[in-house]
Structures are given as structure tokens and as C-alpha cells.
Design a protein around this ligand. Sequence first.
Ligand code: OGA
Ligand code: MN
Length: 290
Amino acid sequence: MPADVMTGITPTPTGGPLGAEIGNVDLHRVDDALFAAIHRAWVDHQVLLFRGQSMTDADLVGFSRRFGDLDFAPVQEAGRTSTDGFPEIYVVSNVVENGVAIGSLGAGEAVWHTDMSYLPAPPKASMLYALEVPPIGGNTSFCDMYAAFDSLPPALKTRALGLQVKHDGTYNSGGFIRQGVTPTDDPRQAPGMMHPLVCTHPDSGRKMLYLGRRRMAWIEGLSLVESDSLLDDVWAHATAQALVWTHAWQVGDLVLWDNRCTMHRRDPFDADTRRVMHRTQVKGAAPPAA
Ligand code: OGA
Ligand code: MN
């Protein structure tokens, strides 16, 4: 009997190029059979949405741990680094309390990125849980990095295989400088990590583009001009609207993404409104070259 019959979950595809909603699941009650079905749906659909959850930080960490050990929250631009007692939780918020930002990324746009790809072994999964959302704006979009590779023009596909990209660790996706980093204008000198431009996904076996962040990226061995021109082409291709699904948040939504075969970005929103999200990130391995 297939797992979805045994467990009663039926992923409903978003209608976009990636992502599915899983209804009628209470993430407080995930037994091994249900977890296996969720894991399979996550590999198949790349992004999963669960609505109507009510999770404490302990619940979020507990569900996240089903996927493996967690990474601690990355260093944020200023203020607190994580929530009290939960070093695994990364707070994404524009809210300022007593003059201190309670989280990262402010209210502006968060540009397209992969979470923490400036590390040797970036997280394989991230999940974001909505505690407070603004009345408008702050939507989060995801793009399909399998389709981004598959649909490259043949000559570019061949060229891309074998290239290495430097993933910059100076700026976060909100454009803020990470604590302890001295910025430079030269991506060749900036702190960061080399990863293959085309990787094989360890769970699906499919090839995908692996881009990380556009700002301060550099393709090893190329001049800055050549590297920028190739990166611009590949980035425009990967983030084209046809490969994107956008989520409009409600309180209680939990969105779980595969941080290897997707990238994400966030729309800006009115800074006078409140948005509070808690994120966890599941340890991954170095993305293997295709
Ligand atoms: C993240 C992130 C965007 C958002 O949590 O990794 O990029 O929508 N968040 O808040
Ligand atoms: Mn992110």
C-alpha cells in the first residue's frame, strides 16, 4: 500500500513549477509512517506548505529534528542572534523591541538566495513558521533549480558542468553585513566557499544548478568581467518567472524547503507593520558535483 494511503496525506501541487500543500496534518503528531510520507513529498515537490499549525519553538525544533541534526542559527546583522534557549532558531523579523531588532532581514526585499551556502556543508532543508504576518507584502518566492539546469541551452549546460562558483559570506540576503566580516569589493578576495555550479541532488539523483547568492559571486578561473557576464545569464535564467512559485503567508503556515534544489527571495513590506517568523535549518553535506 503506498504511504499516502497508509497515512492519509495527499500533497496538492501548488499549480506552479514546484511546491505542494499538505492538508489535514497536525505537526505535533508525526509518527514514523507519516514522517516517511512527508519526507517523500518534500523530495518530490521541493517545497511543502502546512497551514493552520500552532507550534512553540520546542515543537518547531522537534519536528525539524526528524530530518536530521540542526545547524545553529547564522550570525545576524545586529542585535540578538537567536531566541532564548533555542540556538537553532533563526528569527526573521522587522520588529524592534527596546531599540534592538529581535531578528534579521528587516522589512526590505530579501534577494534570491540559498540559505548559508557560504559554508562548506550548507543546510539541506530550512523551514519557516509564521507567527505574525503583515496585511500585505512579505510574500516568499521559490525557484526550481532542477528546471533551471534542465532548461539551459545545450551549449551553456556543457559549459556550466565543471565550473566552480564562490559563494560569498559577506552579506546576508537583506543586504546587511554579517557580524565580524570586513567587506571588500573584489569577490575573489571576499570570504566564501567554492561549490560546483552544477550539482547532483543526493536524494533524487537529479542534476541542478547551485547558485547561492548573486552578490560577490565569482566563477573560479574566469576574469571578473567574464564571470559577471556568465553569472548574469545563468541567474536570469534560473529566476525567470516560469520557474517560480510565490507563497502569500498566513499566521500558522509552516513552509519547508529543500535548500539544495530551490532558491528563495522575499518581497518587501511596510516597515510599520509586523512580521515575525521563526526558522530552523537542517544540517546538510557539501553539494556534490554533477
Ligand atoms: C529565510 C528567508 C525569507 C522570508 O528565512 O531563510 O530567506 O520570507 N526568509 O522571511
Ligand atoms: Mn533564506
